[in-house]
Each structure stands twice: as C-alpha cells, then as structure tokens.
Design a protein around this ligand. Structure first.
Ligand SMILES: Cc1cc2nc3c(=O)[nH]c(=O)nc-3n(C[C@H](O)[C@H](O)[C@H](O)COP(=O)(O)O)c2cc1C
Ligand code: SF4
Length: 612
C-alpha cells in the first residue's frame, strides 16, 4: 500500500534516496507498488518531505520513479491525495482547507471552508494529476478517499456539514466530490487506465463513517467505473486504526473487506497488519479478498515475498507493529526498528579485510551486529552470559500486547546461526576470556541494568524490579504501586492489572508515558488503564517505602503491599571498565553505549558494521 516516507525534496520532487527505497521493494517480486500519498495541490501537502504532482514539472522525476519500480517486473501506481484539514499551516504556509470549518479532534487547526468554485478547481486538479501519473508511466493511480484526508472529509458525516450540493445529510451528496474526482480522472486518462480508490470502512469516531454507509458509497463508486477498492480504516482522530500497531489484531480489516466484496464485482484489496505471506495466501485462496496489501511488512523486509517464494521463510525479518516507522515519519522521515537499511538502500559498506571480531552481549545490538559483520565477511564470535539470547528484549516481549517483539530476537538469532556465527551462551566473559580469544576488534553490547533510585525503604522485601515482575521471577501482592510512569512502568501496570491486581503508578514528572507514542498512549494504554482503573499520580516523588504503603513528598500516603521499581536503566559497562588498558579496538553499542530504545541498538550495530 502507499506509505509516506518523508524522503522527498522540500519542493515535492523525488530524489535518488526515495527512488532507491522504492526500487529495492520493486526487486522483491511484488505485484503492485503504490507510491505514497502525493499532493494534487500545494494546499494539500500533508507532511514534510511529501511528494507533489500538481504541476507538469513533476513528471520527469516521477517518470524515473515509475521506471525504476517497474524495472524488475512490478506494476506501479501512485496515490493522489489532498490532506484537507489534516495538515498544518506550518507545512502548507496557509490555513488548511476542508468541506466545513471543523478541526479534527483533538489536535487539528480550524480549517477554512472551501468555496464551491474551489471545490470544482480541486476536482480538475485530481484529474490533471491522474493524467500526469499516466504520462509519467505509472500503470494505475489510486485516489485517496481514506484516513480522514480531504475526500474522506467530504464523505464523512462528521466533517462535512455543508448545505450545498457538495454535502449534507445524504451520503450521495457527500460522495459527490469523490465521484467528480473519479470522473475527471477518467476523462483525462482514458477508459483503459486503472483507477483504484482507497476508503476507510470505519473512521472509529463517534459520528464518523461506518461500514453500513461505506458499503453504499462503494456501490456508487463502482458505478462510476473505479477499477478496484482498497480497504483500510481510521482517520487522524483514530490514528492507530490507520496504521494498526501490535496491539490491534492481525488482519483487522479482513472482515470489512469480506463485507464489501459481497456487494461489488470489482476487485477488493485489503490492508491492515497482514504481516506474513502465509496469511496473505490464505486470504486469496479463500477468496476473502482479491488482492492483499502488505505495507510495513515490506518496510521491515523488502524481500519478504521473494524469500517466501524461494522457500526461505526462516530468513524473513517480520514487522513487529511497533510503529517506529510512522513515529519517525511524523518527525522527519521513516526509519524501521528492525531494518536499519531503510532510507539507505544501495548505500555502500566500507570494504575492509576480514577481521576476528568478538562480541560480548547477545541482546538486539550484539545479535544484529554479529549478523551484519558476518555478512560482511568477518569472523565473528558472540558471548552471552545468560543461557538464552535476547538481553532485556526478552522481558520487553512478555506483556501480552508485545509478544510480536520476540520476532526480532528470533530473526537475528536464526540469521546468526544460519551464517555460522560462533555463539556461546551461559558464559560470563572475564578479561582472561578476551585475552584467550585475542580478537582484532571487541564489540561490547552488554546492555543495561536497572537504575535503583535512592528511596528510604528501597531494600524492603516487598520491593521488586520491573523485569523480575514481568518474568514472574517475583510475585507481587494484590495492591501494587509502580514507581516510574514511563513505558516500562506502564507495561508492568498492564501486566499486573490483567492478572487482577490493583495498580497505581507514581511518576515524578508532570506527564506520564513521555517515551510512549500517541498511537500507543491513546489507542492502548488509556483505554486499558480506564478498563482496569489504573490510577496515575504525576508530579510526585516517592520519599519512603513502608511495610504497607508508600509516602509521597507532599505527605500523602498510598496503601501498597508491593512496590515495583520502573525508574529506568543504566549502561552496563562492567567489562568495559575491567579491560581498560588492554590493547585492542573496542566499540560500545546499544544500551551499553547509551540507554535508548531497541531500534537504536540495531541502528548502532548497522553503523559499526558499515565502518569495520
Ligand atoms: C510510515 C507509513 C506511512 C503511510 N502513509 C500512507 C499514505 O501515504 N497513504 C495511505 O493510504 N496509507 C498510508 N499508510 C497506511 C498504509 O498504507 C497501510 O494501510 C497501513 O500501514 C496498514 O497496513 P500494514 O499493516 O500492512 O502496514 C502509511 C503507513 C505507514 C506505516
Ligand atoms: S518500524 Fe516497526 S512497525 Fe514500522 S515497519 Fe519496522 S517493525 Fe514494522
């Protein structure tokens, strides 16, 4: 499916980096690649680094893009869109426009209501853009009618309150803008050019689009000659349903696609956390949908389909639904937590002679660096002090909504073993082991250890570490206070409340979940905390842990039979300190360099592999 990358130039044109990203995916035996949302008018740009197609000057660059996508046999399409109210004046340099002057909840700017003649002008712009796409050599276009952007704003009863012929109570009137855009595109591209249409089957907002009405709208669009309907869902107010993260069920739009398919003859494409080729094949063979759209699966592994076809399924690097890609897109451009190559496709690695490399620590940084370095031709040996590989990531996979994260460990461990990296587990490395190995280069990926705050009573028996609770090495009582309201504290809160415990979180900062992205916060943690009545106290420090309560700095005492420490981590540099003075090249990566998140560990590993 189309996925905005943020790789485009500031004037909306393409560049080599963006082309290589798509070209790499075109090499992966994909049937159809739909290029990201591309603005039909400057007022419709949605993101920094977004592409444009509002002028003929975009055609040469898009021509090169289409050519390179198709080079290896993939078909190409491009998505035409206008962001409407779902953009910011900072991005487009003027007030956003919409069918009605209603901002999107909760963060939108108040948009300016479009005048009828402006709407007619935008219809022409959609048609002109489709014509340009055809001239550039794309095999199809997709009109973006989903995700709360302009066409969806017209379709939706919650954002289109117009009383003229472009809106109102009836869905036929609200569908008029979509229909005129399709007609205009058809007129300007001819009868033999496929025009796909993307739709949100549900906006997941109180008054937004719902499937019953969407079914009727799709029938209207079919009559207008669209070539396929691409099923998706959500809008910015329910952003986690546009890009469903790991806490949403796989194939979340399959049942909707099935319903839509019953009412139309045109092909139905379904997207939404279809992460494995087996699942995709199943949907096609059961005729649940006619085509399957796999998005992040292809960010995480551009060769997923190729590997599947060649029987190399065990080499697939699966997407884990962490949404680091879209979070980083919101700030700048996409990056992938498990695939550090994203945005650097075709980048050359520095060539060096083979070296003997010793890696200490088998967490994500150590394991992935072993794989990258071995692929580069080095002789790699990895030591892990625990019996199992994975480091702290093993605990991160335990909460029920995060189990897909174990795919990361499995992938890099499988790859390391397949590539014959020598792996020793259950061995605590001492300086003498290093001397015996005598490597050319030593990589320390020794991870991090829990940070224990200095609080009176911290040594009590009713105080537990977050990792011990998650791994069930420690059993808490029924009334638990968690100290620390970052992601780990919140995950422990979910873990314990799912097991029937009464949970309170105390966070010393004024906001909880600072390291949690909005999709996870609003789409997961807040609903779960509401369900289990998890209370969060912010802006308060715990100054003493007592037998059956914790004392806050303001004198408040909260009853608790157990306390969980989730106050963060410190780099583990024990071995680093012990070997100071030894003559060899030493590199620190992952948490042992600086405590951060899992993607940073894998990106560190990639950087090191590039250099040595
Ligand atoms: C980084 C990113 C950017 C996206 N940009 C677009 C877009 O430009 N147009 C669109 O229709 N959908 C966009 N989407 C949604 C995807 O097309 C897709 O529907 C969604 O990711 C669910 O499919 P998946 O689970 O296979 O990733 C984007 C998704 C991601 C992850
Ligand atoms: S960043 Fe996360 S969600 Fe996005 S493609 Fe990579 S693994 Fe999947």
């Amino acid at each position: 499916p189309p996925m905005a990358t943020g790789f485009g130039n500031s004037d909306g044109t393409v560049n080599e980096k963006l082309i290589r990203y798509y070209e790499r995916r075109g090499e992966g035996e994909i049937g159809l690649i739909i290029v990201e949302a591309t603005a039909v008018h400057p007022s419709g740009i949605g993101f920094r680094g977004g592409l444009g197609i509002w002028d003929d000057r975009f055609i040469p660059g898009l021509k090169e893009l289409a050519k390179r996508i198709k080079k290896n046999g993939a078909k190409s399409s491009i998505q035409l869109f206008h962001a409407g109210r779902q953009t910011r004046s900072k991005i487009i340099g003027t007030q956003p426009v919409a069918p009605s002057p209603i901002p999107w909840f909760p963060m939108g700017e108040i948009p300016r209501e479009l005048r009828a003649e402006e709407i007619e002008e935008l219809v022409e712009r959609f048609g002109d853009s489709a014509r340009r796409a055809r001239e550039a050599g794309f095999d199809a276009v997709e009109i973006h009618g989903a995700h709360g952007y302009l066409i969806c704003q017209f379709l939706s009863p919650s954002s289109n309150k117009r009383r003229d012929e472009w809106g109102g109570e009836s869905y036929e009137k609200r569908a008029r803008f979509a229909i005129e855009c399709i007609r205009n595109a058809r007129k300007k591209t001819g009868n033999d050019f496929p025009i796909l249409f993307r739709i949100s089957v549900d906006e997941f907002t109180p008054d937004g689009l719902k499937i019953d009405e969407v079914e009727k709208i799709v029938s209207l669009l079919e009559k207008e000659g669209i070539s396929a309907i691409h099923v998706s869902g959500g809008c910015y107010s329910s952003a986690w349903m546009i890009i469903p993260p790991m806490f949403i069920e796989n194939g979340c739009y399959v049942k909707y696609a099935e319903r839509i398919k019953k009412g139309v003859k045109i092909p139905v494409i379904v997207a939404g956390r279809i992460t494995s080729p087996n699942f995709a094949e199943d949907l096609i063979s059961k005729e649940t949908a006619d085509m399957v759209s796999m998005g992040r699966a292809l960010i995480a592994d551009p060769e997923i389909i190729k590997k599947f076809k060649e029987g190399r399924e065990n080499e697939i690097r699966f997407c884990i639904g962490c949404n680091y890609c879209s979070d980083s897109m919101a700030n700048n451009e996409i990056r992938c937590s498990v695939n550090p190559e994203v945005g650097r496709e075709g980048e050359k690695f520095f060539r060096t002679s083979p070296k003997r490399i010793m890696i200490i620590g088998g967490g994500p940084a150590g394991l992935s660096s072993a794989v990258f370095l071995k692929k580069k031709g080095h002789d790699v040996v990895l030591y892990e002090k625990e019996e199992k590989l994975g480091g702290n990531l093993r605990f991160a996979c335990i909460p029920s909504f995060k189990t897909q994260m174990k795919n990361v460990i499995e992938h890099y461990e499988n790859e390391a073993r397949r590539l014959n990296v020598k792996i020793f587990t259950g061995v605590e490395v001492t300086p003498s082991v290093i001397q015996r190995e005598n490597p050319d280069i030593l990589i320390l990926s020794t991870g991090s250890i829990p940070l224990i705050p200095e609080i009176k009573g911290i040594e009590r028996k009713n105080v537990f570490l977050a990792t011990d609770v998650l791994s069930e090495r420690a059993k808490t009582g029924e009334n638990v206070v968690i100290i620390g309201g970052g992601s780990i504290g919140c995950e422990v809160a979910v873990f314990l409340s799912e097991r029937g415990k009464s949970v309170k979180i105390v966070e010393m900062m004024d906001k909880w979940g600072r390291d949690i992205s909005p999709a996870f916060k609003f789409g997961f943690f807040i609903p779960v905390f509401n369900k289990y009545d998890v209370q969060i106290i912010t802006d308060r420090r715990v100054i003493e842990i007592k037998e059956s309560s914790v004392l806050l700095e303001n004198g408040e005492e909260i009853p608790a039979d157990s306390v969980v420490i989730a106050t963060g981590y410190l780099s583990n540099r024990k071995i680093y300190e012990e070997i100071k003075g030894m003559k060899m090249d030493v590199f620190l990566i992952g948490d042992s360099k600086e405590v951060r998140k899992m993607p940073d560990a894998i990106h560190d590993a990639y950087e090191i592999a590039k250099r040595i």
